[in-house]
Design a protein. Sequence first.
Length: 131
Amino acid sequence: MSDALRAALADGARLVITTGGTGVAPRDATPEGTAPILTRTLPGISEELRRLGATEALGGLLSRGVAGIVDPGALSAEGALIVNLPGSPAAVTTGMPLVLALAQHVLDQLGEETTHDRSIRADHGRTVATG
């Protein structure tokens, strides 16, 4: 996993979303492969993804996915956001709107182009983050 993430960042990816490998089975190692790549974690994203997943199935609480940033210049020229989603199609469908609603704001902050008076809203209409 770490090698694949490094390759994506080297190719210029600024948003990397992984699916699967976040559960409790011995083969589920996506968080362990992602964590060493991150400069800083964004636990609020992972917590909200788990909360949303649990509204559909209690097993959503078992996801160990992580989210965080890679600072500009670390492994990425401009910085990047990496988010682990669970592998189930329902979890991806539920999680993608949240990730996409936050991604541009995170990437703007990494590039120091933040617009502080802008609110970012998820599809369900409530404010997820404000600038």
